[in-house]
Design a protein around this ligand. Structure first.
Ligand code: OGA
Ligand code: MN
Length: 293
């Protein structure tokens, strides 16, 4: 049944994630915003298939949901100095600026490899993000699915004692924490200064629904005010708990898919593909949680 905004949902998983029909990203309207937000509050990951839009249209669509991030570029990444895309576009690609497949030691490739860790986008920023919106241009013939975890379901299933233990805790998140774990990307001193850590509550509340979720994953270094080891142990325990197969949805990409996920209540990760052989080229836009700062 279409809802009042004309959108229909086909669930992709028993717990979360749905394919949404009736949405045309090329025609951003307040009604479309309301409809997609309602679907996102329910499903946390929404797949809008068959979206035939360019980078500018993707930015215009995302803007109806709020202010957008200007992603920093990894050294050597495509889009660095190019006029090809608007600044809000974050290319998720294995192509160089010149359109060739990245060499193994390409800095942008090293940076991208950390996407294979369970993570949330932009929790290393003071102002986090609500939605990431990833649009597929070129997909390799096999592999490279993106996996998602519903951290609302994980939170709900925690033992009461654990819910009490983590209530009110804050965690410190840093981009260099995740980049240090995988990929071997070494930041320059300027990058270190430009991107300091940020602190966020461990338990996030969706202001529309009141539902709680775990805000954890690869950027977290420690719990604020706790000895490092103890904080790490707690984070590791929560991460392990959250990775139950029944809370994981794996998205198999098709060209034209626009996948929107709520960074406040999901984690995601990239999976392998033959990245020295096949092209994988997607474009991400990220909506800021608050307009300020
Ligand atoms: C991202 C991301 C995973 C993938 O775009 O933020 O983590 O499979 N992508 O490309
Ligand atoms: Mn990501």
């Amino acid at each position: 049944m279409p809802d009042t905004t004309g959108l229909t949902a086909r669930p992709l998983h028993p717990v979360f994630a749905a394919e949404i029909h009736g949405a045309d990203c090329a025609r951003p309207t307040p009604e479309l915003r309301a409809g997609v937000e309602a679907m996102m509050d329910r499903y946390a990951v929404c797949v809008l298939p068959g979206q035939d839009i360019d980078a500018h249209q993707q930015v215009a669509f995302a803007r109806i949901f709020g202010a957008l991030e200007n992603p920093p570029r990894a050294r050597g990444s495509r889009g660095d100095a190019s006029q090809k895309f608007p600044p809000e576009i974050f290319p998720i690609t294995n192509l160089t600026e010149a359109g060739e497949i990245q060499k193994e030691d390409d800095a942008a490739r090293q940076y991208r490899l950390a996407n294979a860790l369970w993570h949330t986008d932009s929790t290393f920023r003071q102002t986090g993000s609500t939605y990431s919106m990833l649009h597929a241009q070129v997909i390799p013939p096999a592999g490279a699915d993106t996996q998602f975890i519903d951290t609302r379901a994980a939170y709900d299933a925690l033992p009461e004692a654990m819910k009490k233990r983590i209530e009110g805790l804050r965690a410190e998140h840093s981009i260099w924490e995740s980049r240090g774990k995988l990929g071997g990307y070494t930041p320059t001193p300027e990058e270190l200064v430009a991107r300091p850590p940020a602190r966020h509550p461990l338990v996030k509340v969706n202001p529309n629904t009141g539902r709680k979720s775990l805000l954890i994953a690869a950027h977290v270094s420690h719990i604020v005010g706790w000895p490092r080891d103890e904080g790490r142990a707690l984070i590791d325990e929560l991460m392990e708990f959250a990775q139950k197969p029944e809370w994981i949805y794996s998205h198999v990409w098709r060209v034209g898919d626009m996948v929107i996920w709520d960074n406040r209540c999901t984690m995601h990760r990239a999976t392998d593909f033959e990245d020295s052989k096949y092209t994988r080229d997607l474009r991400r836009v990220t909506v800021r949680e608050y307009a300020a700062a």
